[in-house]
Write a protein that binds this ligand. Structure first.
Ligand code: VG1
Ligand code: CO
Length: 547
């Protein structure tokens, strides 16, 4: 089959963000837009010839079309073998699992994660490297530089691959293997968790779960693992069929977007555990009966209970959290006497620590938790971890959380997002705050005195790469690390800018642990708006989403 060389012009906006290249579907559908980016990836992979790559997506609109385009380009670029999820479906953690298991050179994830899908929604593409994790900044930057200079791309004149048929097919000189989307991932989960114990509890009715797949990628995984293997009654998984537009809903697992689940969990019919995952299956939300667990607390509780789970019974090497994530896990790590790292936002920053064996569990406040079993965050893994803990402890989610807070204190935490604001104004807000940093130190606002104000810079402990400008931190004096407000701009949005404000305060007194976080943090929330002059800069008096 002859390779076709197609002439093209560069686009200037193909710099990957926090998690790959994300744009509106109509941007991706422009002639050569996807092709340019994919060719830039291949150009960067100088050792791709004859190698294996993994590819799959979350099933959103344009997934199948994009897959066919990429497969033809891969063949024309000399890739030896492509492992493709059946129907084009693979969750982000499943891609990571397959890359590692089959020693692939890397993989491509087609997803815009929790962003809405459909013709009016978003699409995305992310390259993962041979450890199964997102490409580090050095590589994403090389891809971007390549995209600025690209003049041609390579493809084949060939018929479409049958994406729904398991097994081998040929595309030019390249082998395409359509693999079961769930099997390898499910097998990995069985190695980590006590399936027998969880299954007994679920089958006997001692334990019950409701999992919301949000019509995104985790549906097939949850049906197979929770219902078929573990025996949770049919109906335990809701919205379990992936749909190209996610049923018109927003596949973002939080209280605002998983309303049916949230309503159930705060009703008399609530099961023991409620959970949801996002578009590409790497996020998780955890709920108990009348109880919502923040992702930051979830990480801390998993770390504190890890030895109850077979895969982690030996204990943890260390842990890590992204900078804006609450410091609840720091306290647990301190008690356990293990290292705790603070990394910039984005899963790629955990990769080196995981590879070096310095950390076992890690997480982000944005509903992301995982371990060294893959190199991505893993939604269903977190749900199984909780289920395993519940099966062993035989206590409610709420009781476990309260005992945790009694022992370590509670880190009241909230994130306020100001979405789709003017990008220049948002940048001006950040610049002004950065400039005022040193003058703010020592100033007092009511009960709060500013102890430090800095722009977070991270030096990777393994390869010493420096990442600057990762968010502004304002720390106040006080016990338990002191209250903290963090400001940063999102790197995953596709419309204007999104300002994220993260607010946190440690509360040691158990009698005060049952407050609503928005009330417990009320003064700091007001202060977060005043200090950054949010209304003056971006014209908003309230956030668009609170988590
Ligand atoms: C957000 C989250 C970040 C997460 C990223 C990708 O990034 O804050 O913690 O790693 O999304 O998650 P940002 O730059 O918009 O704040 V996902 O589920 O899109 O892969
Ligand atoms: Co995601």
């Amino acid at each position: 089959m002859t390779i076709k060389t197609v002439t093209t012009q560069p686009f200037t906006d193909q710099r990957p963000g926090t998690s790959g290249l994300r744009k509106r579907v109509d941007v991706f559908q422009q002639p050569n837009y996807l092709e340019n980016f994919v060719q830039s990836v291949f150009n960067t992979l100088t050792d791709r010839r004859g190698q294996t790559l993994v590819i799959g997506g979350d099933g959103r609109y344009y997934n199948r079309e994009a897959l066919q385009i990429i497969l033809r380009m891969a063949a024309a670029n000399g890739v030896g073998r492509m492992l493709v999820g059946q129907g084009g479906i693979l969750s982000t953690p499943a891609v990571s699992c397959l890359i590692r298991k089959y020693r692939a050179l890397g993989g491509l994830v087609l997803s815009a994660s929790h962003n809405p899908g459909g013709p009016e929604g978003d699409f995305g593409i992310k390259y993962n490297v041979s450890n199964g994790g997102p490409a580090p900044e050095r590589i994403t930057e090389a891809i971007f530089q390549n995209s600025l200079n690209i003049r041609e791309y390579y493809t084949l004149d060939a018929a479409d691959i049958q994406l729904d048929e398991l097994g081998e097919q040929q595309l030019g000189a390249m082998q395409v293997v359509v693999v079961d989307s769930v099997a390898d991932y499910a097998e990995l989960m069985e190695q980590l968790f006590d399936f027998e114990r969880m299954s007994q509890a679920l089958r006997s009715g001692a334990l019950s779960i409701r999992f919301d797949g949000m019509h995104a990628v985790t549906g097939p995984y949850a049906h197979a693992i929770l219902e078929q293997r573990l025996g949770a009654p049919a109906g335990s998984v809701i919205r379990g069929t992936p749909l190209p537009d996610f049923g018109g809903a927003h596949p973002d697992p939080n209280l605002a977007h998983a309303q049916e689940l949230a309503a159930l969990m705060f009703s008399p019919q609530a099961p023991d555990l409620g959970a949801a995952s996002d578009g590409d299956g790497d996020r998780n939300m955890i709920l108990g009966r009348e109880c919502y667990i923040t992702p930051s607390d979830s990480l801390a509780i998993l770390v504190a209970n890890a030895t109850l789970v077979p895969g982690y019974a030996k204990g943890l090497a260390g842990v890590a959290r992204s900078m804006p994530t609450s410091r609840a896990v720091d306290r647990v790590a301190e008690q356990l006497g293990i290292e705790c790292f603070e990394t910039p936002t984005g899963w790629k920053f955990f990769g080196n620590l995981l590879d070096a064996g310095r950390i076992t569990l890690c997480g982000e406040e944005s509903f992301g938790t995982s371990s060294d079993h893959v190199r991505e965050k893993d939604g269903l893994w977190a749900v199984l971890f909780w289920l395993n803990i519940l099966a062993v402890r035989q206590e409610s989610v709420s009781a476990i959380a309260h005992q945790h807070w009694t022992r370590y204190g509670r880190n009241f935490y909230t994130r306020h997002d100001y979405e789709a604001v003017d990008a220049e104004r948002a940048q001006a807000l950040m610049d002004a705050l950065r400039r005022r940093g040193s003058e703010l130190v020592g100033q007092r606002f009511g009960a709060f005195e500013i102890e430090y104000c800095d722009d977070f810079s991270y030096t990777d402990p393994i390869d010493e790469t420096v990442s600057q400008g990762q968010g502004l931190r304002i720390g106040f004096s006080g016990s338990g690390g002191g209250p903290r407000i963090v400001y940063r701009l999102s790197g995953t949005g596709t419309q204007g800018a999104t300002l994220r404000v993260y607010i946190e305060r440690h509360e040691p007194t158990p009698e005060r642990h049952d407050q609503d976080p928005q009330i417990a943090l009320a003064e700091l929330i007001t202060l977060s708006q005043q200090l950054a002059e949010i209304e003056a800069y971006i014209g908003r008096t309230a956030p668009s989403v609170i988590t």
